[in-house]
Design a protein around this ligand. Structure first.
Ligand code: 2YC
Length: 269
């Protein structure tokens, strides 16, 4: 899993309204609509919960330590969605204790290996990888005006790619998957709804709908893509080259944190 840097998220909070407008332009729906679709909850339920849920974000100093403005960025996404939230004064265990003392219903926290939101009252958690996968499939489905019966190429069969494949199957898509490590595709051998692609170049030219769930960068050039490519790219950094991105930017959804965190919130209610 790629570790964010402060520069990836430095002005996320001040730009969140623009990010949402950009999402509406590309997908026809705002963040709230996409995450309700991704999590399967109704807009009413999402709005109702915002009135009584308090959300804490606990900075975690383990491993490589804090990422500057990470906790604040997570909080700004949650606030934008209409939920009361706070970053705890304390970090780590003291921060978790503070969150519970301040009656938080949901606690967001990330170390170097896992990024989760814990639902205190119901005793379950949601993982960022699964939420990001569903949020990005929701964005792709809205850009495509529906994916049932459509071919979708998933790049990368890691946690996000696997989560995307299972949601794409739920939506009735014909999933094609490529991974540089072919052994990671073994799990799909007997799955009739998932076809493993062995040639990346051929697959990129062939399929219009792409979900890039790889941490690889600059491996999709301008001439590699289907002319009408529509790309949902949760992978950090972006797999498309700068010129491929520039050419297709109105049909590419890519962000370092927003859609994944927003979907985590909806799935944790
Ligand atoms: O500031 C803090 O609390 C740090 N412990 C946060 C570390 C997050 C590490 N994880 C990541 O950078 C990526 C994100 C893209 C989301 C999932 N992993």
């Amino acid at each position: 899993m790629t570790r964010l840097t402060t520069s990836d998220i430095h002005n996320l909070g001040s730009e969140i309204a623009n990010y949402n407008s950009d999402l509406i332009k590309k997908t026809g729906s705002d963040m709230r609509t996409l995450v309700c679709f991704a999590s399967g909850i109704s807009a009413e339920r999402f709005a109702e919960a915002s009135r009584d849920y308090a959300v804490a974000v606990v900075p975690i100093t383990s491993g490589q330590g804090l990422i500057g403005s990470f906790a604040e960025s997570v909080q700004s996404i949650i606030e934008f969605l209409g939920y009361t939230s706070f970053v705890t004064e304390h970090t780590d265990v003291a921060g978790i204790a503070e969150a519970v003392e301040r009656k938080a219903h949901l606690i967001f926290m990330a170390d170097d290996d896992r990024f989760i939101v814990f639902n205190v009252g119901q005793g379950f958690y949601v993982d960022n990888a699964q939420a990001t996968a569903r949020g990005y499939v929701a964005a792709l489905a809205h850009m495509a005006r529906g994916l049932s019966g459509e071919d979708v190429l998933v790049l990368g069969a890691g946690p996000v790619g696997q989560g995307a494949i299972s949601f794409l199957k739920e939506l009735g898509a014909q999933v094609k998957v490529f991974d540089i490590k072919q052994e990671k595709l073994a799990r799909y051998q007997n799955d009739s709804q998932v076809f493993t692609e062995l040639s990346l170049a051929e697959a990129l030219r062939k399929y219009k709908y792409i979900l890039d769930a790889t941490p690889a960068t600059d491996f999709i050039g301008l001439n590699d893509l289907h002319p009408e490519a529509v790309v949902a790219a949760p992978g950090i950094p972006l797999g498309l080259t700068a010129e491929a991105f520039a050419r297709n930017k109105d049909r590419i959804v890519h962000d370092p944190l927003q859609l994944g965190v927003a979907t985590m919130l909806a799935m944790a209610l």
